[in-house]
Design a binder for this molecule. Structure first.
Ligand code: 6GU
Length: 240
């Protein structure tokens, strides 16, 4: 997969591509991340990329001609072009899974107050990472790129992402490692006893419980198996 990031601040991505799973995925040619400085596509002597808004008001607006020139020079015919903006569709794990199947993604990051609306005609999707405002799309683009790259084959040791929070539709079950006892808190016995069926049931129950207590909205969207429905009844009896 190739991910091309169009940004005014390419250096913000250097620690992101230089560490851990993302670095290894790049080193192993599982993904190529290209950073493009939008400013290189300004034709002005002082490399300005923004201008005052028509109609007045505070702040500056990224110029559509520069953004379009940058996009055209760095996209392929098969690129999926994402524009990071708080006005976009709220990003989720399903979108990460869909994007992880593509060969070529271009992510355009806005900055400052916004961009000339006429750029929307040339992008495929507007994406937000949540209902809060960042100073620019860079951190949002990293969140999107990270969530895609970790799903690519070979990027992580654990190839099955079946138990990831949100791909099952549930929050993840709790995990423990040594020491067995920490400041009086012991690891649940079921995890120590080695009965895999009991461990599976325990984890499913705990996933359901955490989701019921914290994110009821996720449960409302799910189809529950008979086993899950029975567990949920018990959870409701014990927690309501
Ligand atoms: Cl994609 N951009 C900005 N500037 N703020 C955001 C966002 C994106 N997603 C959530 N907040």
């Amino acid at each position: 997969m190739k991910i091309t990031i169009l940004t005014l601040f390419p250096d913000m991505f250097l620690p992101f591509i230089g560490e851990s799973i993302i670095k290894r995925a790049i080193d192993n040619n599982i993904v190529t991340v290209e950073l493009v400085d939008i400013r290189d596509y300004s034709l002005e002597k002082h490399r300005h990329v923004d201008d005052t808004p028509y109609g007045g008001g505070a702040g500056m607006v990224l110029k559509v001609d520069i953004l379009k020139r940058c996009l055209d020079a760095n996209r392929r015919p098969n690129s999926k072009v994402l524009l990071m903006t708080p006005q976009g569709k709220q990003y989720n794990q399903k979108m990460a899974e869909d994007y992880s199947k593509l060969d070529d993604i271009v992510i355009m990051c806005g900055h400052y107050e916004g961009f000339d609306e006429r750029i929307l005609k040339y992008v495929d999707e507007e994406v937000s990472i949540g209902d809060y405002v960042l100073t620019g799309g860079e951190i949002a683009a990293m969140a999107v790129a990270d969530s895609i790259i970790r799903l690519l084959k070979g990027a992580t040791r654990d190839e099955s992402h079946e138990d990831d929070s949100f791909s099952t539709g549930l929050l993840e079950y709790p995990q423990f490692t040594r020491p067995y006892e920490f400041l009086g808190d012991k690891v649940p016995d079921v995890l120590v006893n080695g009965n895999h069926e009991l461990i599976r049931k325990y984890r499913l129950y705990e996933s359901l419980k955490k989701t019921y207590l914290r994110r009821k909205d996720l449960l409302d969207k799910m189809e529950l198996t008979k086993e899950m429905q029975e567990m949920l009844s018990q959870i409701k009896r014990e927690n309501d």
